[in-house]
Design a protein around this ligand. Structure first.
Ligand code: SF4
Ligand code: SF4
Length: 215
């Protein structure tokens, strides 16, 4: 009779790394501060966005923002996973979720998963001007505002359609301005302001920008 092998230690197969990069927690702050993970390697999923719940399963609307390590292009795999060698490129400074990951026993990851999550304001505590930029963008482009405008647009409100379009332009213009005037690396934009509004509208609200223009 087939006997199922029970894993009790990490085989470093990388299956968990291929499901996406980890979310960061307070414990990971020092790694960022010491340059172990640059801000260009991060992105923010903002409050109100849909995200996969890796512990409980399913997709949830986030009650608070999370910061994650980016994935490789057109893939879910964490950008630090070296597939050829089945290894983590930042193994010694990998985040706490990766240290807690035991696919044969989810207790450790469950204990930390939703707690003490890192936020943009905490990461940028020593860079007040960047925090101000983040807050200004959030107050103009918050997900609950988008939700209201999308509902208005669906109900035929042309003012809501125009306001939504203005918000998309604002988001785009704001990002360009921060790169040009603030000399910010474009790779940092998805950490500072989350994913572009046009992408969120398409992915979460099924609103394409071309459709928005002709509505
Ligand atoms: S925790 Fe499990 S899935 Fe992840 S690398 Fe180790 S053995 Fe593979
Ligand atoms: S940081 Fe390293 S251990 Fe963590 S998911 Fe990425 S490749 Fe895997």
């Amino acid at each position: 009779m087939f006997k199922k092998e029970i894993t009790t230690e990490c085989q470093r197969c990388g299956a968990c790394c291929k499901k996406g990069g980890p979310a960061l927690h307070d414990e990971d702050r020092s790694i960022i501060e010491q340059g172990g993970i640059p801000l260009t390697a991060l992105y923010t999923i903002r409050e109100g966005e849909l995200a996969r719940d890796n512990v409980n399963g399913g997709v949830i609307r986030l009650p608070a923002e999370i910061i994650k390590i980016k994935s490789l292009e057109d893939s879910k795999t964490c950008m630090y996973f070296d597939d050829a060698n089945k290894s983590c490129e930042i193994y010694d400074t990998r985040p706490i979720e990766c240290r807690a990951m035991e696919c044969w026993n989810t207790k450790k990851i469950e204990a930390i998963y939703a707690h003490t999550r890192l936020t943009r304001c905490l990461v940028l505590e020593k860079a007040g001007w960047l925090t101000d930029l983040v807050k200004a963008h959030e107050s103009e482009c918050a997900l609950d505002k988008i939700q209201i405008l999308v509902e208005g647009r669906e109900a035929g409100d042309t003012n809501a359609t125009s306001a939504l379009m203005e918000m998309v332009h604002y988001d785009l213009h704001y990002r360009n301005l921060v790169v040009e005037k603030g000399k910010i690396d474009p790779e940092m934009l998805d950490f500072l302001f989350g994913r572009p509004l046009s992408a969120i509208l398409s992915l979460q609200f099924r609103v394409k920008i071309e459709k928005l223009k002709s509505a």
